[in-house]
Design a protein around this ligand. Structure first.
Ligand SMILES: Nc1ncnc2c1ncn2[C@@H]1O[C@H](COP(=O)(O)OP(=O)(O)O)[C@@H](O)[C@H]1O
Ligand SMILES: [Mg+2]
Length: 262
């Protein structure tokens, strides 16, 4: 397949871009897709922190400053996922030239199925570049008006740059209100909601263990949603059974045991 470069963007900060980049990337890798994730949030880098790469000496900062080659800033992550973290220092941020990102990304696409770019929030220069580099954009929003209003700005800006937003990921969704907010979000943003990721304590817990939630608690609600998202994006069938399926399986088994039958 030809490589697809996605930028994971949002208007507001803290909506779940980094969490989505890491877990979508890992879930794609688990489906056997060659995937690389890049932390282009060079000022507020935290992708590396989520996978225990925060002490890496060579990061995207050094690549963007011209001091290092991209291969030296590429690390292996879970399930064969490749990870390019950014550094945590202010000095590293200052020396990094974001204009180099396009060249860096195009040098990474060979042999890859998916490149996911974790973008900074908002519409500053550092935020614009990742939008221009992508083939497609995914917007991560929370079910709050402020998050959607800011996402709308990013969407409009992306369109001005000639890029289209492929879809919205509604993160931290409340399960009991899902359909209402799903329709409302699509209506407000004029883009379909590809997937809803529920609020899930396992997301934070897995961050503390520096392991993606899809690896640490693969059956948790957020993990199932991330895996379904990966299946949708890659055109694979979603087969992983969740807790609901497990319960149904149990009921079916019980029914069979009591009443007989196949
Ligand atoms: N579905 C979720 N359920 C619970 N907590 C979440 C979920 N998604 C993200 N979080 C938490 O929200 C915070 C912000 O997420 P993060 O991915 O860092 O956002 P961003 O990269 O957009 O700033 C983190 O502490 C993360 O653990
Ligand atoms: Mg982030």
């Amino acid at each position: 397949m030809t490589v697809r470069v996605y930028t994971i963007a949002s208007g507001k900060g803290g909506t779940g871009k980094t969490t989505t980049t890491l877990n979508l990337g890992t879930a794609l890798a688990m489906l056997g897709k060659k995937t690389i994730i890049i932390d282009a949030d060079i000022g507020m880098a935290n992708l590396g922190l989520l996978v225990g790469l925060e002490k890496s000496k060579v990061t995207l900062h050094e690549v963007l400053s011209g001091e290092a080659e991209i291969k030296d800033a590429t690390y292996s992550g879970p399930a064969g996922l490749l990870v390019v973290p950014s550094g945590l220092t202010l000095k590293g941020f200052q020396k990094a030239n974001p204009d180099r990102l396009k060249k860096v990304v195009s040098s990474l696409t060979e042999g890859m199925d998916f490149v996911l770019i974790d973008a900074p929030a908002g519409i500053s220069k550092d935020g614009l570049i990742p939008l221009t580099v992508a083939d497609r954009i995914l917007l991560v929003v929370n079910p709050e008006l402020s998050s959607m209003a800011d996402a709308l700005k990013v969407k409009t800006l992306a369109e001005l740059l000639g890029k289209s937003v492929e879809g919205v990921i509604l993160n931290r969704a409340e399960l009991d209100k899902t359909e209402i907010s799903r329709n409302k979000v699509s209506e407000l943003l004029g883009v379909g909601v590809i997937e809803m990721i529920p609020e899930d304590v396992n997301v934070r817990r897995s961050a503390a263990f520096k392991t993606p939630v899809v690896v640490r608690t693969p059956k948790s609600p957020a993990s199932i949603a991330f895996k379904r998202l990966a299946a949708k994006i890659s055109g694979e069938k979603f087969t992983e059974s969740g807790d609901k399926d497990k319960k149904e399986g149990f009921v079916n088994r019980l029914t069979r045991t009591i009443f007989g039958g196949k």
